[in-house]
Ligand binder design. Structure first.
Ligand code: SF4
Length: 188
């Protein structure tokens, strides 16, 4: 049986599967070493959620742990507005919405609905611009796409070849620790 995959790692896996391995190796004691600028901002964006201090409104649920047995995933939501049946994922900055970020929101949606919550609307919220970005509720076809992606993630191992992409490596917080490249990231 597979371990549950964390929802927050879906986007990282699309970016580079090897970064998941490096994250697992260097997280914890070496946290300050690997949290370069973009992730530090992202982390701050989630801090109030993680500490459950974002909202005291009774119709809002923040930072709740979620899971889906069907998809084999687990994580936490940012905000669920019960009255509006709206699920929101906060990002510090959002100029482009990447497929991995969409997968993250879909994953949260499928966890919530499997857990019995009604969700009729999805959105990203960009803190830096105070803007909401609505996202369509996923279809059955979208669910299959997500499930196939999760299967690939589950089947990944370190023998799988990593296609190198110079631009990604230069924007990867792990590049200074990565044995696949000599490139330094743009944050140093
Ligand atoms: S530096 Fe490049 S190969 Fe290494 S984890 Fe980052 S993106 Fe992947």
């Amino acid at each position: 049986m597979y371990d549950y995959i964390t929802i927050s790692s879906l986007n990282d896996f699309i970016f580079c599967p090897y970064s998941i391995y490096l994250h697992n190796v260097y997280s914890g004691n070496e946290e300050e070493l690997v949290h370069a600028t973009p992730q530090t901002r992202g982390k701050a964006a989630h801090e109030t959620i993680d500490q459950k201090t974002y909202s005291s409104r009774k119709d809002e649920i923040v930072g709740m742990s979620i899971y889906s047995n069907e998809l084999g995933i687990a994580g936490k939501i940012d905000i669920y507005k019960a009255q509006e049946k709206l699920l929101i994922e906060r990002k510090y900055k959002l100029e482009t919405i990447y497929r991995g970020q969409i997968y993250q929101l879909w994953a949260e949606y499928f966890c919530m609905t499997e857990m019995g919550y009604e969700v009729e609307k999805l959105a990203f919220y960009a803190i830096s611009t105070n803007k909401m970005f609505p996202v369509e509720i996923p279809t059955e076809e979208d669910k299959k796409e997500l499930a196939d992606f999760i299967s690939k993630f589950q089947d990944f191992n370190l023998e799988t070849p990593i296609p190198l992409n110079e631009n990604k490596c230069r924007h990867c917080i792990y590049s200074n620790l990565c044995d696949k490249t000599e490139l330094e990231n743009v944050y140093t």
